[in-house]
Design a protein. Structure first.
Length: 455
C-alpha cells in the first residue's frame, strides 16, 4: 500500500525509442545527468554537432526522476538516444563520453554508455507466466539486491563479484539487478526466453550466462500451497459485506490511480496520520464514506479496538498481479476482497472436486487436494525463499505481513474489490519486526498469548 518513491514520469517519445526486435538496443545509448530544463530537441542537437553531423537520424526520449537528488539541486533524469546505425552510436560514445556539454550551464559533461536491458525495459515471457499469470521474474523483482544474493548463496549458486562488476560497468545498476534476478530464476529452474532473440547487445548478460556462470546446484522448485481457510481467514458477516459493497460500487473513483505502479482499474489510498498535506486532506475528506465503510467492515470481525489500530487504508478495484513489498509498514496488515469475481484459470482441483480433467504436476501429486493452488483472485504471499501461500480472502479477512512479497493472482473474471488496512505510524520505535508472512488464527487472543508464552 505504499506510493513508489521511484516512480518515473516519462516525456512523450517516438515509438522508435522502444527496444524491439529490430535491433534498436544495439543502436541506443543511455545518457545520464539530464537537467530539468533540457528538452528532447536540445539533447538531440548535442549529437548533430562537433563532427557528428554524419551520424544520420537521432531520436531522443527523456525520462525524468520524480524526485530530486537533494533540496538544493534541480531534478535530473536520463535519456535514451537512438541512432540510425550501430556504428553511429559507437562513434558518438567514443567521441563524446566525458566531454563538456556545449551550451549547458555549469560544468555538465556527457555521461554516456551503451543501452542495456533492465527490469523497466524487459518484459519476460516464461512458463510461469502461462501457468500463473505473473512471471517468476515479476514475483522476485521486489526483492532488493542483497536478498537476491542471499538466496543465490542459499541455493548453492552464489553470484560472482567479478562478473557483477563487468555487468555493472556495461549497463549500470539496472542491468546488474536484472542479471541477478535472471540467475535466481535459473536457480528455480526457469530460463528466460529472451535468449532466443538475436538482438542482444554486446556485454549484456543473457540467461545463458546465468546457467554458465558459477556452480549450478540442484534446481530449487517454487512451491505454491493454498492456505487453510479455517486457520487463516475470518468470514465477514453478509450484511457487513453488502453495506461495504454498496459504498464501493457507488463511489466516484479517482481518474488517476493513487499508485500507478499497481495494475488496477481504481486505487484509493487514505491515511489518518497527522500533518497530512493539502492533497491528502482533500482526498481523505472526499472518500470519508469509504474509510468509515471499511472500518465498520473490519470491526464486524476484529472488533472496534482492532479496527482503530490502523492508520492507513488501500482500496482497489480489479487489481491484478502487481507483486510488491509494502516496505513502510510497521506491522502486519489486514486484507479482504469483495465482489462477484470467479476463478478463470485452467480447470483445477478445488477442495478435492475435479471440475474437468487437468494434468497434475509431480509436485501436486503428493499434495493434498485441499491445499493445491487454484489461485484465481487469491492473495499470494511469499512465505519463504521458495514457498508461496495463496489465501482466499473473498468475503473474509486475513492477516498478512505486507513486508513480504505479495500480489493478487490475475486469473479471475468479474468484479473484485480489495481492502487493505495497514499501519505506518510516525514513531519508528512502535514497529514490529516481520516474523511471518501469514498470521494464523489472528482473531484468537488466547492462542497467541499461549504461543508467545511458549516462545
Amino acid at each position: 500500500a505504499t506510493v513508489d518513491a521511484g516512480d518515473v514520469t516519462r516525456s512523450a517519445a517516438s515509438a522508435n525509442m522502444r527496444p524491439s526486435g529490430d535491433g534498436a538496443e544495439q543502436r541506443m545509448l543511455w545518457m545520464g545527468n539530464i537537467q530539468a530544463h533540457w528538452t528532447n530537441e536540445f539533447v538531440k542537437s548535442l549529437f548533430l554537432v562537433g563532427g557528428l553531423e554524419g551520424v544520420g537520424g537521432v531520436e531522443v526520449a527523456i525520462r525524468r526522476n520524480a524526485f530530486r537528488v537533494s533540496p538544493d539541486t534541480p531534478s535530473v533524469g536520463f535519456a535514451l538516444v537512438t541512432f540510425a546505425t550501430r556504428e553511429a552510436a559507437s562513434e558518438a560514445l567514443a567521441r563524446l563520453h566525458d566531454t563538456p556539454v556545449p551550451g549547458a550551464e555549469g560544468h555538465a559533461r556527457f555521461l554516456l554508455r551503451k543501452h542495456a536491458a533492465t527490469l523497466q525495459t524487459t518484459t519476460e515471457t516464461t512458463t510461469e507466466t502461462e501457468r500463473d499469470g505473473v512471471s517468476l521474474q515479476s514475483q522476485l523483482a521486489p526483492l532488493d539486491v542483497g536478498e537476491v544474493r542471499r538466496r543465490l548463496e542459499l541455493f548453492g549458486a552464489p553470484s560472482d563479484p567479478e562478473r557483477e562488476r563487468e555487468v555493472r560497468a556495461s549497463g549500470g545498476n539496472g542491468a546488474l539487478r536484472l542479471w541477478l534476478l535472471r540467475r535466481l530464476c535459473a536457480a528455480h529452474g526457469e530460463v528466460s526466453r529472451t535468449d532466443a532473440r538475436t538482438a542482444a547487445i554486446p556485454g549484456e548478460p543473457s540467461s545463458a550466462d546465468v546457467v554458465r556462470d558459477g556452480p549450478r546446484a540442484r534446481v530449487v522448485p517454487r512451491v505454491f500451497t493454498r492456505a487453510d481457510p479455517s486457520t487463516t481467514t475470518k468470514a465477514l458477516p453478509p450484511d457487513a459485506v453488502s453495506k461495504c459493497l454498496h459504498t464501493l460500487r457507488t463511489t466516484e473513483w479517482p481518474r488517476v490511480s493513487d499508485r500507478v505502479a499497481v495494475d488496477a482499474d481504481g486505487y484509493i489510498s487514505l491515511s489518518s496520520l497527522p500533518n497530512a498535506n493539502a492533497r491528502r486532506r482533500r482526498r481523505n475528506a472526499k472518500y470519508r464514506n469509504v474509510w468509515v465503510a471499511a472500518r465498520d467492515l473490519l470491526a464486524s470481525v476484529a472488533g472496534e479496538e482492532a479496527a482503530s489500530q490502523f492508520d492507513g487504508l488501500a482500496v482497489t478495484k480489479n487489481v491484478r498481479g502487481s507483486p510488491h513489498i509494502d516496505a513502510l509498514d510497521v506491522a502486519a496488515q489486514f486484507a479482504a476482497s469483495l465482489g462477484t469475481f470467479s476463478n478463470s484459470a485452467a480447470p483445477s482441483l478445488i477442495n478435492g472436486a475435479e471440475d474437468e480433467p487437468k494434468k497434475v504436476t509431480d509436485d501436486e501429486k503428493n499434495t493434498p487436494p485441499e491445499t493445491r493452488p487454484t489461485r484465481g483472485g487469491f492473495l499470494c504471499v511469499e512465505s519463504g525463499p521458495c514457498e508461496v501461500v495463496c489465501v482466499d480472502t473473498r468475503d473474509a479477512v486475513a492477516a498478512i505481513d505486507g513486508r513480504f512479497v505479495h500480489w493478487v493472482d490475475p486469473k479471475y473474471e468479474g468484479e473484485r474489490f480489495s481492502l487493505v488496512w495497514y499501519k505506518r505510524t510516525t514513531d519508528p520505535s512502535a514497529g514490529e519486526p516481520p516474523a511471518r508472512a501469514v498470521h494464523e488464527r489472528w482473531w484468537d487472543a488466547a492462542y497467541w498469548r499461549d504461543r508467545e508464552a511458549r516462545g
